[in-house]
Design a protein around this ligand. Structure first.
Ligand code: NAD
Length: 458
């Protein structure tokens, strides 16, 4: 009969190996291997966006000096919560949705990152997005770690009441680990300020006290910040200005193609048009519109607000989805979903620079192709950091109950984005690496310095 300790060791040591289909080895031999086994939830064949993130970390490791001893910290989320979200539908039946909240790293401060409602959301995707939030927050030097959440649901199939019930049940379930000093959600794909209001209310009701600082991206009337709605698009535009200046591209008259005309792409397109650029192509989930002379962006935004998509917009040619990537332009802004620029279309891209509004829109192979072709890529982890920067302002304002003017917010945002871009540009130049690797060098150094200074507890 085996003793409890033996049994416990056997389960601990053979479990993960069995999951990976590796031959059993003796306990003695494994005593060194235990610290290197993959977490059981990792299936090397299906990593998706998380696999891309791991590759990015591997690429940066050689630049981290003695801190690379802590690198494994960045390859494992600190905490993963998977929740069941049951709601009663309007027709009286009960539906179940799967929800996630992943806290990737909290060495530098509370977790921070959006919540996505999408029918294709997976745990790996949320893990990757949470890790990119860690990198992003560290890259712009905000006192936050990285986190992300999601619910596997197509919100377009829900009534308003059903959407509210999904939001409130999900918030209650993740209420165990979120909070103004623990982890602060925000909007992402298919979530908005109304959803943040419901999240704030649900958390506050459960806590018995109004906690405005538990989420950002709230309506102004509930402690939201001026400028938050436009912040990500404004940040995209700011880094585009900085990058354009360095490669001698005049934004006035520059041709811009934008994928995704939502919160990020819509604002960026508007600011490019205001700066005198020609927004020649826009693609969303339903179609692609093109006009060599430049699309009328305010009219296009109004069309989308009315019809839900760019499809059918007048005074523009309609293109097939694939043709979007071949459009002659100077600046390409992917601002929709991840893994859009791949080895299959990277050769066709005509732009001088790619500004990643979306998270993870470029696969590592495509990144290499663009690099070889001399196309400058401003990576997501800096290009779309404007949103979380103003989220940080919102959180600070909520804590101090003192609110700033929109001009103050925009000026501070632009200053932070410019300074971050400048330091990344310098590191890229110093090490002769891409802007992505440079951003990762800065961010990973900050995270691992914090890790080392804090030490391991207990
Ligand atoms: P959104 O829901 O407001 O807009 C998404 C847009 O993408 C819509 O125009 C939609 O039609 C389009 N789209 C969806 N699927 C598509 C497809 N298959 N092909 C082409 N277009 C498609 O979302 P958002 O808030 O603008 O976020 C866009 C991206 O930016 C996401 O990757 C998100 O993670 C990232 N991001 C958002 C913020 C923010 O503050 N909202 C901050 C940082 C990063």
């Amino acid at each position: 009969m085996q003793g409890w300790h033996e049994l416990r060791h056997k389960q601990l040591w053979t479990g993960p190996r069995r999951g990976l289909n590796l031959p059993p080895v003796s306990l003695k031999k494994e005593s060194k291997m235990i610290q290197n086994h993959l977490p059981s939830y990792l299936h090397p064949e299906q990593l998706g966006a998380w696999g891309i993130y791991l590759e990015q970390i591997d690429r940066v490791a050689p630049y981290l000096g003695h801190l690379s001893r802590w690198i494994e910290t960045l390859k494992r989320p600190k905490r993963i919560l998977i929740v069941d979200v049951p709601i009663e539908l309007d027709n009286g039946t009960v539906a179940h949705f799967e929800g996630y909240r992943v806290q990737h790293n909290t060495s530098r401060g509370p977790g921070k990152g959006g919540v996505r409602f999408h029918q294709d959301v997976t745990l790996y995707e949320v893990m990757a997005l949470s890790a990119w939030m860690s990198v992003k927050n560290a890259a712009v030097n905000l006192p936050f770690g990285g986190a992300k959440g999601g619910v596997r649901v197509d919100p377009r199939t829900l009534s308003r009441g059903e959407l509210e019930r999904v939001t409130r049940r999900y918030t209650s379930e993740i209420g165990l680990i979120i909070g103004p000093t623990k982890d602060i959600p925000a909007p992402d794909v298919n979530t908005n300020e109304q959803i943040m209001a419901w999240m704030m209310d649900t958390y506050s009701m459960n806590e018995g006290a109004t906690a405005t600082g538990v989420v950002t991206g709230k309506p102004i009337a509930l402690g939201g910040s001026l400028g938050r709605k436009d912040a990500t698009g404004r940040g995209v535009f700011t880094v585009a200005e900085e990058a354009a200046r360095r490669i001698g591209l005049d934004l006035k008259g520059a041709r811009v193609a934008v994928q995704g005309l939502g919160n990020v792409g819509g604002v960026a397109a508007r600011l490019f048009a205001q700066a005198g650029s020609r927004v020649v192509a826009v693609q969303d989930h339903a179609g692609t519109v093109y006009n060599e002379a430049g699309l009328d962006v305010p009219a296009l935004l109004a069309h989308v607000a009315q019809h839900g998509s760019v499809q059918g917009f007048g005074s523009a040619e309609s293109l097939s989805m694939d043709r979007f990537w071949q459009v002659p332009c100077d600046i390409l802004v992917p601002a929709a979903l991840e893994q859009q620029i791949t080895a299959a279309n990277a050769h066709q891209i005509q732009a001088r620079m790619v500004i990643e509004g979306a998270n993870g829109p470029t696969t590592p192979e495509a990144d290499d192709i663009l690099h070889e072709r001399g196309i400058l890529v401003v990576p997501d982890v800096i290009a779309n950091a404007g949103g979380v920067t103003v989220s940080y302002f919102e959180w600070v304002q909520d804590f101090s109950s003192f609110f700033w003017s929109e001009d103050e917010i925009n000026a501070r945002l632009v200053r932070i984005m410019r300074e971050a871009f400048e330091s990344i540009w310098k590191v890229a130049d110093e090490h002769k690496v891409s802007l992505r690797t440079a951003t990762f060098i800065i961010a990973c150094t900050r995270m691992l310095q914090a890790r080392e200074l804090r030490g391991l507890y207990p």
